[in-house]
Design a protein. Sequence first.
Lengths: 281, 268
Amino acid sequence: MFEDFFNVVKKRWGDGEEEYKPPMFKCPRCQGTSPLSKYEELHRVCPKCNYHGRLSSQERIAITVDKESFKELNANMRGADPLDFPDYKEKQAELRGSTGLSEAVITGTATIKGSPVVIGIMDSRFMMGSMGSIVGEKITRAFEYATEHKLPVIMFTASGGARMQEGIVSLMQMAKTSGAVKLHSEAGGLYISVMTDPTTGGVTASFASLGDIIIAEPKVLIGFAGRRVIEGTIKQRLPEDFQLAEFMYDKGFVDMIVERRKLRSVLSHLLKLHGFYPKEA
Amino acid sequence: MDEKRTAWERLQLIHTKGRPTIKDYIPQIFTDWYEMHGDRLFGDDRAIIGGLARLDGEPVTIIAEVKGRDINENKVCNFAMPHPEGYRKALRIARQAEKFHRPIICFIDTPGAFCGVAAEERGQGEAIAKNIAEFMTLRTPIVSIVLGEGGSGGALALGVCDELAMLENAEYSVLSPRGFASILWKDASREQEASELMKITAEDMVRLGVAEAIIEEPLGGAHNDLDKISENIHEYLSQKIPEKCKKDIDVLLKERYTKFRKIGAFTE
């Protein structure tokens, strides 16, 4: 073990013969490697292939909404354990500690270049952004709040799908969230869905696909069934671009693919096009 | 009613050859059945059937997932795993029911929505999402019954309703226990263990607020007595459909939303 430690130290600082190697980012899309600092400077976009990597909800807020405009809604909600599933409570507590997140989504109000919005951001670091009771409830409340206050909603989706440990209760969150989207829509509300990496399973099959406008970031994964499940069914390998944003765009399920550096400005324009201008000072 | 079986025993039972399917039930429960075909967009998915019939003399709309009774039937209906066009056909027929003020009866019996290339290309996720959202505000009563398997989003796409009933041995789950074990533990062989932990039985559904009623099966299961199980389903519908039709539609819609709205567990 001490030997291992010594080797790590040697690798980091070199032993005079090896030169310093900066930490690298290996892109899951193009498999290319780039300096991690470069990838992070681009807000987690692969410098080689333009794959838009996963952001934390805090990073997303920072690059999307006006400084200090974000006010979290329902910040004190904590997950329970509807099925008494083994180790589930412990897993949640552990993740709250290690990620600093309360759950897989954060919701709140904010302004984007002055236009008011209700915003929800999923965070794949918390159990792959899976949708359990908390995700369902917070998103439902966000839409209900927006309906009541006649505000537009922007949802940044990132999810592996259902929260297995909540079983059928997780499945029912699809109905709950979609119902709230529908009522917001019937009241004339604008909903922009921004699909980020990955948007799959029960989230794709509910609120993520129900936007009046659906935006995706380049090269992100979007689909219903998992790639391996489909490969298992058809017994052959799927092409590399299967279920990427560009594929879904070609098939007619995405309105536009927008690069991260332009997203704030595009959202601002779309909000204004629907009459949501900055409030007069 | 039999002594309580475990979730695993029920799963074996609903996969017993000869368990009745919607095709067995329709002539037993309804009259004047006319099937409608196609989503008017792409094609006709035989995994979901829909059409008109009479229940106790009154017109109703039926939408149902279809299991095959043998391999040939299963080839046609794709083992009750719908493609997007199946869900879109369901929505088209549901809208017609709304237009002509007919109540809708959905029969759920699917391992799940089909997982394949064509299904993804045609927007499986979007098709399910749309049904869920649209059914929530359809201005006509909807009653759904899980006949055997209620698998995942593929079941929920016909499961947004005013009242859900489960046949006694039917299951409703977020994913098949096999898939569940393979996702959570990377070991599909632990499906029996998964089936017990997942809470998938009719009683579980009532306890969790997902279902409101359980329809009793004949001794040994539905396949033992088609007349009896059909009679039980018929009796349930004869009571529920008029009850829901009498309600003010706006009250009904509020209750429908609330039914799903309150499912979930959290603290704050």
